[in-house]
Design a protein around this ligand. Sequence first.
Ligand code: DQA
Length: 144
Amino acid sequence: MTSVLLLNGPNLGILGEREPEIYGHDTLEDIAGFVADEVAGAGWKVVSVQDDCEGELVRAIHAHRSSTVGAIVNPGALMMAGWSLRDALAAYPAPWIEVHLSNVWAREQFRHESVIAPLASGVVVGLGAFGYRLAARALLHLSG
Ligand code: DQA
């Protein structure tokens, strides 16, 4: 079975309740469904992992590195200093897209730098849950 890894970092497990004026009303389950809708036509499945701990995200990348054809990664605040997440993604052999629900460039200065972005195939920022759909389409395109 061909699968795509949907990886979400700290504080993203409470989407829907978390500052909805910034992050919207969709839950992570809704978002996993949106991604599944996008890739279903290609026969791909979604492996969705959310964790608040960086080490668990690293483990998930290792566990799925050879069984997934691409990844969608919202690192949450680990974008700013998630160096072990960065190194795990550097060893991930397939394309992956970084997604942020909010437009991090329009927010506080500390959100303006991502340590993982230089390694991503692309970055989608500020389009809410729709950004995950776009990332899924990008992976289909890149695998194409
Ligand atoms: C976020 C943006 C980050 O700055 C923040 O720490 C998050 C969510 C986003 O999706 O907009 O947790 O990654």
